[in-house]
Structure formats: structure tokens, C-alpha cells
Design a protein around this ligand. Sequence first.
Ligand SMILES: *Cc1c(COP(=O)(O)O)cnc(C)c1O
Length: 355
Amino acid sequence: METTTLKIPVERTKQSKIDQVDFDNLNFGSVFTDHMLVCNFRNGAWEIPEIMPYQAISLEPSAKIFHYGQSIFEGMKAYKDVDEKIWLFRPLDNFKRLNISADRMAIPELPEEYFMEGLKQLVRLDSEWIPQAAGSSLYIRPFMFASGKGFHASPADEYKFIICLAPSGSYFSGKVKVLIEETYSRAANGGVGYAKAGGNYAGQFYPTQLAVKKGYNQVIWTDDNSHEYIEEAGAMNIFARIGDTLITAPTSDRILDGITRKSILEIAEDEGIRTEVRKLSVTEIVSAAKDGSLKELFGAGTAAVISPIAGFGYKKVDYELPEITDSFAALFKKRITDIQYNRSADKFGWRYEVK
Ligand SMILES: *Cc1c(COP(=O)(O)O)cnc(C)c1O
């Protein structure tokens, strides 16, 4: 039995919006459940979180989030199995990473109990909103930002931690065509690339728009120094399969420590797949594409789980990847989602029931 002493006050909505939602045609993260969790940092401490109806929040124009961008987030999901049991996937890892991001952005760390209890109680309250169709889930967005006021360029003295929930269908459907970036960078040595800081994503939008104009769906980020090493695929970690070896870049200052990425590495080991965590150069990818040994490229992250890449552009040349059966991408996606939806045993202990 889990015990908790944390009593979270709940103000329930007077009128649920659930009947207005078309659960058969859900996009990603565009409708929100009836409730949200809000926790305030004031007078040097995080106050007890509260659950309340999903609603707009009011901030002063001088709130530091608007000026200096102290803002971080997490992304996770809740799943409902055929018996209507509710599951999370490695939630403590999201909690730990939230505080890693918080530290880097000079935001005060949140207590574990506020995150875990707040999350469980909110998900339980809005559990009717967890879709059950294949590939659907309840996307969970915990985030924190500087609500304290003042134009002085220094950390704020007040913050908000909020969790919102969005019932979502599956993320990308098709295979994507990507552009290997030669000019812009997502992250730099000594920078904030390893944090889920809002500004990292704002900085990606413009180069991504340029790539979209050229006919690509997404950018493959390379290292900021030489643009010679592959680092991430959009807001996902990236994997290559050359021959039968799985390769991904090591995490660093510039690369986000993805939970999907590390789960894939553990499953690969369990499957006896040869894995190399090392720098992966564009030259190696291009020559493997030319000689046919590049069998797969895919992105990995919570939203899409695995996003297979159909081809890539580099220095004005397009390269296509072969259509293959028995892809690593399909194998990893199946093993991960089978654990998430409680369709298989969970030998790694990743599944976490919300009772
Ligand atoms: C969130 C994120 C990922 C994936 O992390 P998961 O924990 O697998 O969801 C990878 N790269 C970036 C830049 C991200 O923001």
C-alpha cells in the first residue's frame, strides 16, 4: 500500500466538457480535460498544489516568463488498458528531468511528492478522458515558469508549476522526410540543450520552417561546431541502423536525455541487437545511404514513440531509405507500446499503475 500525507484540495468543474469531444478524431494536444493542477512557489517555498477546473491564468505583464524565458516543461502519457486500468510510463524519470531542467534555468526544484501525488490525483480525476482507441492516450504536460514580476534580468521570486492533460490520437502517421542542418543549431556546448526549456523549441521553429519550404518535414540537428555530427531529429532523439547495428549519439550538454531513447537502448540489449552509443557523422550516414547499408533512421520521443524517416536531404542531394520488413523501428515501437498499454509483461519495471 502506498501511503501519502499530502492532501490536495480539489475544486471540481460544474460542467464537464467531455461530451463536446470527438474521441474518434483526436489530434495531438489540442483539447484539454476538465481539470488542471496548479502549484505556486511564493515566499521561498512551493505551496501545496491544488486541482481546479481547466481555465485561463492571469499574469502581470512584467512576469519574467515573458521577458527572460524562464520556462520548462515535460511530456508524458497515461494509458488505459482493456480492463480500464490506468498506467504511466517511467514517471519518476520525468520528475527527475523536470528538476534537472529547473536547475539549469535557475527555477527552484519541485518536491517529488507534489509532482507524483499531484499527477496521480489529477489523472485519476480526469480518467474518463483517457482514450482507449489504438495508439491513443492522454498526453500529460507538466510545466513550470517564472510568474514573478520585474524587468530586472535575474531569476524571478515566484513560479507556477501546472499540469494540463490532453486526450490525443497517435502523433505522426506517415514516414517523414528530413533535412540535415548545415547552418543553424539547436543547442551549443555549455548551453541549455539538455533541458526541456521552452526557448529551445522557439529557436527550432525558424530553421524548421525553412526546411518545410524546401519540402522536408523536419530538421536533423547537427553539432553546433562543425555540423558534421548527427544529434537529434526535431524534438526527438535519433537512431540509425547501419547493417544490423543500432547507433545513437551519446547524451551531452546538447542532447536531451530522452526516456524513449534509453528505453530503446535497454530493449535493444534485451533483444541482442548490437548497439553503439557514439558520435555519428553525416559523412558516415551519407556513405551508408550510398552503399545501401543504411537500413533505418528514426526519431524517438514520448509523443510519437518512434517516427521512421523515409529519406533525408543533405547538400542539395536527396537520399532515400529502403522499405524494409522486420524493421528495428517497428520492433521497438511494439515492445514499448505493449508495456505502456499493459499488453505484455514488464520485465524492466517501467509501468506504473495509477490506482
Ligand atoms: C522531449 C525530447 C526528447 C524525447 O524525450 P522523451 O523522454 O523520450 O520524450 C528528445 N529530444 C528533445 C529535444 C526533447 O525535447
